[in-house]
Design a protein around this ligand. Structure first.
Ligand SMILES: Nc1ncnc2c1ncn2[C@@H]1O[C@H](COP(=O)(O)OP(=O)(O)OP(=O)(O)O)[C@@H](O)[C@H]1O
Ligand SMILES: [Mg+2]
Length: 318
């Protein structure tokens, strides 16, 4: 249903010309040669640490960001070749759910108006039908009709995320692209929202791209999981295959079964300027297994055991 083909989104960060001597312009390979497919009804999980390119990937898939190269096909049609009316239809079928419902819900509007807006934009129903649909959807996310009169600031974080979910589902999408949908919530509420999302996914027959930096969240919910590191997918396998047969040294580090090189600074944001040359394995500096090739040949994903793909020169096929 959705095919991502060799997708790259690079950002050129320009510095003030006067400061260029000390801070030259540099290229950030936020997403770098990513390929995967998502089929109907599938939950496709994406994990990776902060700065690994997850949000940029989601934004590019939604055509909110322009790719440097590669393509995204929706039912075989490139989303970057779509005209305005095709794009409007695509936007209706592929709905985002973002981390921070706070910033996506208009604080001046009450929930009823927030939920009516997408229906109005797409010209769906008359006032009575829209109201009926909105109250029905609120019930599906376990909120009573009285929430229609409330403003986002009068809701809890979990309630806001459920309103955001209701808004995404009102247009009967085929797919949700959820970027850290539960990360601002406390653990109990996060579990409830995730369970609700999976139930709705089942009931509506949706596909779900579930992005998180938390391996546990993704592992529990996903049919397949891609592990991203510095813009690239380093491992891709079925969710239940992961804990036992994780092969990439970075995934094994995430799972706590292997170390990464100790001199690597593990501070948040350290990757922001790294990986500029686009040569070699993105993980080479941290990898205890690196070989000569790892420094100058980018490892491509290959099947290292059945249905299990790893991008690593040091992993041998099982
Ligand atoms: N508009 C932009 N201009 C320049 N650089 C950008 C831009 N957007 C993202 N980046 C850079 O691209 C890289 C990937 O960022 P991205 O937000 O996709 O990561 P992420 O995996 O979603 O991280 P997090 O887990 O913190 O949300 C980072 O180095 C970031 O600084
Ligand atoms: Mg992000």
């Amino acid at each position: 249903m959705l095919e991502v083909r060799e997708l790259s989104t690079h950002f050129l960060v320009r510095h003030n010309p006067l400061a260029r001597f000390r801070h030259p312009d540099h290229l950030i390979r936020a997403v770098d040669g990513v390929s995967f497919d998502v089929s109907a009804g599938e939950v496709f999980g994406i994990i990776g640490e902060s700065g690994s390119g997850k949000t940029t990937l989601a934004r590019t898939i939604l055509r909110l960001c322009k790719p440097s190269s590669g393509d995204v096909l929706h039912h075989g049609r490139s989303i970057f070749a779509m005209n305005a009316s095709e794009l409007k239809r695509f936007r209706r079928t592929a709905q985002p759910v973002f981390q921070d419902a706070d910033s996506t819900l208009d604080p001046r509007q009450h929930v009823g108006a927030i939920l009516e807006e997408p229906l109005l934009i797409h010209g769906i129903g008359d006032a009575g039908q829209r109201r009926h649909r909105i109250t029905g959807m609120l019930a599906q996310v376990n909120l009573s009709p009285s929430f229609m009169q409330r403003h986002p600031s009068e809701l809890s974080g979990g309630q806001r995320q459920r309103v955001a979910l209701a808004r995404s589902l009102l247009l009967n999408p085929e797919m949700l692209i959820a970027d850290e949908p539960t990360s601002g919530l406390d653990p109990l509420v996060a579990t409830q929202v995730l369970a609700l999302m999976l139930r709705l996914k089942q009931e509506h027959g949706l596909s779900l791209i579930l992005i998180s930096h938390d391996l546990e969240t993704v592992a529990y919910a996903s049919d397949r999981i891609a592990v991203m590191y510095r813009g690239r997918i380093v491992e891709l396998a079925a969710g239940d295959d992961f804990s036992e047969r994780a092969a990439h040294p970075y995934t094994r580090f995430l799972l706590g079964v292997e170390m990464r090189l100790p001199d690597f600074p593990l501070l948040e944001g350290v990757h922001e300027h790294g990986h500029e040359t686009g040569q070699g394995c993105p993980y080479v500096a941290s990898c205890p297994h690196h070989l000569h090739d790892c420094h100058h040949i980018i490892p491509q994903l290959r099947e290292t055991s059945q249905g299990h793909f790893t991008a690593c020169h040091a992993v041998t096929r099982q």
